[in-house]
Ligand binder design. Structure first.
Ligand SMILES: Nc1ncnc2c1ncn2[C@@H]1O[C@H](COP(=O)(O)OP(=O)(O)OP(=O)(O)O)[C@@H](O)[C@H]1O
Ligand SMILES: [Mg+2]
Ligand SMILES: [Zn+2]
Length: 478
């Protein structure tokens, strides 16, 4: 069978989407590749399809359990039973069973942490892998609040001379991130396929607000008068719960979602949202990756995301069905300060690093040393990783470099909120992309956005208004 036949027979698609075929061809020829496609464009097919033309299993490294399960479900939908996801949510028994029968699988999903475990690494090295896939590969380069040192260690697994090709997938990667991916994974002159990240159907709004209170009011009113489904991104777990409670009181079907909730609860909320039983989610950045909901109409940011990549990634969850959608960023003066505080909190300064080091030298455990030098959990993980690889002076140098990158990204966000020209153009320029077609509803700086498609009809408004059960019953009975 050739690629087109598999595309039709196994996946039921008529044609490749732009870029897919090229990536697949290069992987089949044994070359490393990086595919940079916007959210929802079909990166998964780039590894799913060639798997059927090569011998041996495909290993997919994925950062989140939710993402893995989503991919597993997707493959099963296409009649593939030989899939397994090995992650921390398997019981010991389940995991042992999966590992004992590992050679039966065509697709093996692993978290980076799992892959780095000694036993698993050995096992993997005995399999004749067709190729490796690193999904959401920008995680390699996004240090900070979600620092995952094991992403940086992946190359240790790949290090043999005769290794299978590696395919890195991501929705957002500018030059810097592409370079990071190439060097951290030690890719060998990878084929790079980059599809435009602009999504013309999404209109951008930027609203300057006096303070927090004004934002809350705006959001409540917006949700009463305009349609969902939508996501409101907020800065903290506490705020997610708080805002969801306020909105809920207005009769809106909303739930909060963040890393502080149990996995079960998170799955339920996600499912309810996908099924249309919830219209809005108030979330931290923990929400969104791997959620297949095509009809999300609005993304609202109550806080300033830390990087343009994060912003475009979160906004990109809207309108995967290609229909009009809207992205609103609510900004108030102090947000830059808040963002700096959150980002820099996780980056230890020179003094802290030296103090931590001296404590280690005196024989104190890493954990205790971290506590005594006032490091956050993330900062601790980061230092632990760097001290394994570098001496003290180089650790300091590395952390300073990260600081500069962060500083640069925050400056880019600051530019965005102060930009007076086209917002879309400004955002795209960070990724080295030019504005292509001027779209009717571009952004709030280009012209007054009409967005009449967003307005709820009177009936819809009524329904979401706070009705007690009598009124509801009355309405039902006419
Ligand atoms: N050639 C194709 N023709 C039609 N539909 C396709 C094609 N390729 C992929 N799709 C569909 O596009 C949807 C999105 O694909 P996928 O999940 O791979 O996106 P993604 O690029 O990985 O996005 P994300 O960044 O959100 O992970 C899926 O429902 C998939 O079935
Ligand atoms: Mg994907
Ligand atoms: Zn514009």
């Amino acid at each position: 069978m050739n690629t087109h036949e598999i595309l039709r027979q196994r996946f039921g698609y008529e044609a490749f989407r732009p870029g897919q075929e090229e990536v697949i061809r290069h992987i089949l020829s044994g070359r490393d590749a990086i595919a940079i496609f916007p959210t929802g464009m079909g990166k998964s097919l780039c590894y799913q399809l060639p798997a059927y033309l090569l011998n041996g299993p495909v290993i997919v490294i994925s950062p989140l359990v939710a993402l893995m399960e989503d991919q597993v479900a997707n493959l099963r939908k296409h009649k593939e039973k030989r899939v397994v996801a090995i992650n921390s949510f398997l019981s010991k028994q389940e995991k042992d069973l999966a590992l004992q029968t590992i050679d039966r699988y065509k697709f093996i999903f692993l978290s980076p942490e799992m892959l780095m475990q000694d036993g698993i690494q050995k096992l993997i090295q005995q399999l004749h892998i067709a190729f490796f896939v690193v999904d959401e590969a920008h995680c390699i380069s996004e240090w900070g609040f979600d620092f995952r040192p094991d992403y940086l260690r992946l190359k240790e697994v790949f290090s043999e001379k005769e290794r299978p090709p590696i395919l890195a997938l991501t929705a957002t990667a500018n030059e810097k991130v592409t370079t990071d991916i190439t060097s951290y994974l030690q890719l060998r002159s990878p084929f790079i396929e980059r599809q435009p990240i602009d999504r013309p159907a999404i209109s951008y709004s930027l609203l300057h607000m006096e303070n927090h209170h004004a934002k809350t009011e705006w959001i409540a009113n917006r949700l009463i008068t305009t349609v969902g489904p939508g996501i409101i991104y907020v800065a903290s777990r506490k705020r997610a719960d708080e805002l969801a409670a306020i909105i809920h009181q207005k009769g809106i079907r909303v739930a909060s979602y963040h890393g502080g909730k149990e996995q079960d609860e998170r799955s339920i909320i996600q499912e309810q949202f996908v099924q249309g039983e919830l219209d809005w989610i108030c979330a931290t950045n923990a929400f969104g990756m791997g959620i297949h909901k095509d009809d999300i109409r609005q993304i609202i940011h109550e806080h300033l995301p830390a990087t343009p990549s994060a912003y475009i990634q979160e906004v990109g969850r809207a309108g995967r069905d290609g229909k009009k959608s809207s992205a609103t960023l609510l900004y108030s003066e102090r947000d830059i300060q808040k963002l700096k505080f959150i980002v820099y909190e996780d980056l230890p300064d020179d003094q802290q690093i030296r103090y931590y080091y001296s404590l280690l030298q005196s024989g104190i455990s890493g954990k205790l040393a971290a506590e005594q030098s006032g490091l956050t959990e993330v900062a601790f993980r980061m230092l632990e990783y760097y001290f394994e690889h570098f001496d003290i002076e180089n650790v300091i140098r590395q952390i300073r470099q990260i600081f500069q990158v962060k500083e640069h990204q925050i400056a880019e966000m600051e530019k965005y909120v102060q930009h007076e020209g086209c917002l879309r153009e400004q955002l795209l320029s960070y990724f080295g992309e030019k504005l292509s077609v001027s779209n009717g509803d571009c952004c709030s700086n280009c012209h007054q956005l009409k967005e009449d498609w967003l307005i709820k009809t009177e009936v819809e408004q009524k329904v979401s208004n706070e009705l007690d059960w009598k009124e509801r019953l009355f309405q039902l009975l006419g």
